[in-house]
Write a protein that binds this ligand. Structure first.
Ligand code: SF4
Length: 319
């Protein structure tokens, strides 16, 4: 499908389009010529979305396939580094793996160290759907986050090395805006239903891949051209709008103006909220995301205090 779709879209938009492929990396080599071709025009980037370092367990791959899983990911990484193609790594972290976070982070950073032209861009997002996050898991997560931020700050101050860890970057943005009292940006959240969609092979269109096959979030068919824009706009304005989001009741605050990470929140998953809305009619930020981002914000404030300039201008690490 990608072999057909990418050249078609490139021609259709007269080259004014770029592609970002999010993949678990196991089948990447089947389209390596395609990736190389469009990467050469600077039109292709890749995000390897994998659950854990190959040496640690993953909740997506059964033990019987572990060897194949590990070998495939390594081949994909070797190809991307060898062909000098931009890529980042996203790890999805379920509660049982919170303790593996720091070792996984180091594993991925070491992969990048093999390549002089690559900058590490490793991020971990908590699994919000299937995982059961208990207080104990959240405390482990916070400790791991503190270790990551400490290492990123040390690399930055000791070697001037810019390790681009996405959540550290976002926490720096929160800190910078907090110091300058700059309000949070815009009303939109992640792009759900606005610039991020899921299209089924039969053309059916949904507001995001996380709500794929949910009839309530279906808004038409791309192959027939029958698109219900009124429904799409209604979905977008309810679920992808900061104005409707309430603080999670576990945070214990009345509104977002009291929140410690309000300058760069992003703790909301609109797809997750579609379920919450169906169950109880409310739209809230996610408590696990909130705890994770709050841990980054606090840790960044602690470890980056020496690299943030007193005049409140840009931190020395690029943001
Ligand atoms: S984390 Fe929750 S309470 Fe804080 S700003 Fe974001 S939506 Fe509001």
């Amino acid at each position: 499908m990608l072999k057909e779709f990418i050249p078609y879209a490139f021609e259709f938009f007269d080259g004014n389009i770029s592609f970002h492929l999010i993949t678990n990396g196991t089948r990447l080599l089947s389209i390596k010529e395609l990736i190389s071709e469009y990467a050469a025009y600077n039109k292709f980037s890749v995000q390897l979305s994998i659950d854990a370092g190959p040496k640690c367990k993953t909740n997506r791959c059964p033990d019987s396939k572990r060897e194949w899983y590990e070998a495939s990911i390594k081949k994909s990484v070797d190809f991307l580094i060898g062909a000098n193609i931009r890529f980042s790594i996203r790890g999805t972290l379920c509660s049982e793996m919170a303790g593996d976070l720091y070792s996984n982070y180091n594993y991925f950073v070491e992969i990048y160290e093999d390549s002089e032209s690559m900058q590490p861009n490793v991020m971990f997002s908590p699994e919000l759907y299937k995982s059961n996050w208990r207080e104990r898991d959240l405390i482990i997560l916070e400790e791991n986050i503190d270790n990551i931020v400490r290492d990123v700050a040390a690399a930055n101050t000791e070697n001037g090395e810019d390790i681009s860890e996405s959540f550290v970057r976002k926490a720096l943005q929160n800190l910078k805006r907090k110091k300058t009292n700059e309000p949070p940006a815009g009303h939109n959240l992640c792009g759900f239903s606005r610039e991020l969609y899921a299209i089924a092979p039969n053309g059916d269109a949904y507001a995001c891949h996380r709500v794929y096959n949910n009839d309530d979030l279906w808004f038409g068919n791309m192959l027939t051209g029958d698109i219900d824009f009124a429904k799409l706009n209604a979905i977008a304005s309810v679920f992808n709008n900061r104005e409707f989001v309430q603080p999670n009741s576990k945070i214990g605050i009345a509104n977002c103006t009291e929140c410690a990470i309000r300058w760069s929140c992003g703790s909301v998953c609109p797809a997750n909220n579609t379920r919450r809305y169906a169950e109880n009619g409310s739209i809230e930020c996610d408590y696990v995301m909130y705890r994770m981002r709050l841990a980054y914000a606090r840790s960044v404030e602690r470890h980056f205090s020496t690299v943030i300039r007193e005049d409140n201008k840009t931190p020395s690490m690029s943001t």
